[in-house]
Write a protein that binds this ligand. Structure first.
Ligand code: NAD
Ligand code: AKB
Length: 318
């Protein structure tokens, strides 16, 4: 067990729920300070209600708990972000600035900042999108992540902060629900299938997007954070790939277990966002630098998703 004290922002979100649990296993339940805007009175471990737009509140929390590492997950995602672009920019940027400044002033050892495939826009090669093309995102969320990547790089170069970052694809997991993104359909569809309900998809059947199973996403995060400092060659954010599929391919994978499952397509504003994102990602730099390799493909993910959700909804032992 290492003597680190880890602060997580946005800990009640889709990724935070699972990452908090893994960090508790790795560092000990009392070494992880989970925080979120919303309170959680049943939390298993140390929890503080914390609004990351409040600089003083973060600073006090870091000092109170002798925090040595910060995982800054709090953000507004792509689809929700488009509903109020200026507010999204404000929240995504001010929370990052606060975390960066507190980290600098309080000598935080390591920081994790999640970026996204949303940094890419309409000037990319959409198949095997490389690490460093022109970044011209079409969403305010993507713009905030591009700016965030550059600020993270700046704080590393200017102040020596050890900040590490991944451009996650759409994350798919059974433990928590997604929080307003364009890739959310790929989680929602499993919940419908397991409950024997029809599914209406907000993207077209042929929309190919990069995705990753939650176990791979969390393992990538921990592997990146454990890698020796000197091998980290990317200080903006690493491309990361898991798998790529369309709604139709996902539907067919689920139908291997639920042959009567029905899907219909009713694309909305999220179609335009998805069309501006890559179909697949070249993550060779992550593979070369710190040995990244995903373990899950579409069918292996589908098997686990169905098994775990069945257990949750129908109390079958998984
Ligand atoms: P989520 O929306 O599920 O959770 C975000 C959490 O942040 C929520 O619990 C929310 O209450 C909290 N939050 C929002 N504003 C806050 C504030 N001012 N102070 C404190 N907490 C606040 O998001 P997620 O899917 O868990 O994503 C976590 C991070 O990973 C985000 O930065 C996101 O951009 C990034 N990411 C996620 C995905 C994905 O598919 N889930 C993909 C790429 C990148
Ligand atoms: C979203 O769809 O906004 C997120 C992401 C890929 O960043 N899941």
């Amino acid at each position: 067990m290492k003597s680190e004290k880890i602060l997580i922002t946005g800990a009640l979100g889709q990724l935070g729920t699972v990452l908090t649990n893994e960090l508790q296993k790795k560092y000990g339940i009392n070494s992880v300070i989970a925080t979120d805007l919303r309170p959680n009175f049943d939390f298993n471990g140390v929890f503080e209600t914390l609004d990351v737009t409040n600089f003083k509140a973060i600073e006090e929390c870091v000092i109170k708990h002798n925090v040595t590492q910060i995982y800054h997950l709090a953000a507004i995602l792509s689809a929700n972000g488009e509903k109020n672009p200026l507010k999204t920019w404000d929240i995504n940027m001010s929370t990052l600035f606060n975390v960066l400044e507190v980290s600098r002033l309080c000598n935080i050892n390591k920081i994790f900042y999640p970026s996204s495939i949303a940094v890419f826009g309409d000037e990319i090669e959409s198949v095997n999108t490389p690490q460093s093309p022109n970044l011209t995102p079409l969403t305010v969320y993507g713009m905030s992540k591009v700016a965030g990547e550059n600020w993270v790089n700046y704080y590393h170069k200017r102040y020596g902060l050890d900040i590490r970052s991944l451009r996650y694809p759409g994350v798919i997991g059974y433990q928590s629900l997604p929080g307003g993104g364009t890739t959310d359909y790929a989680v929602d569809i499993y919940h419908k299938a397991v409950n024997n309900e029809d599914f209406e998809c907000f993207l077209k059947a042929s929309t190919m997007l990069p995705m990753i199973f939650i176990d791979d996403a969390i393992r990538a995060t921990l592997e990146l954070m454990d890698a020796p400092r000197k091998i980290i060659s990317i200080r903006t954010s690493y491309n990361l790939a898991g798998m790529s599929f369309t709604p139709n391919e996902l539907y067919n994978s689920i139908r291997k277990t639920y042959p009567d499952f029905k899907i219909s397509y009713n694309p909305d504003f999220r179609q335009e966002i998805a069309d501006s994102w890559p179909k697949s990602i070249d993550d060779n730099t992550a593979r070369k630098d710190w040995g990244w390799k995903p373990n899950y493909d579409l069918d292996s993910m589908t098997n686990i998703m169905i098994q775990k959700l069945k257990a949750q909804y129908h109390s079958v032992v998984a």
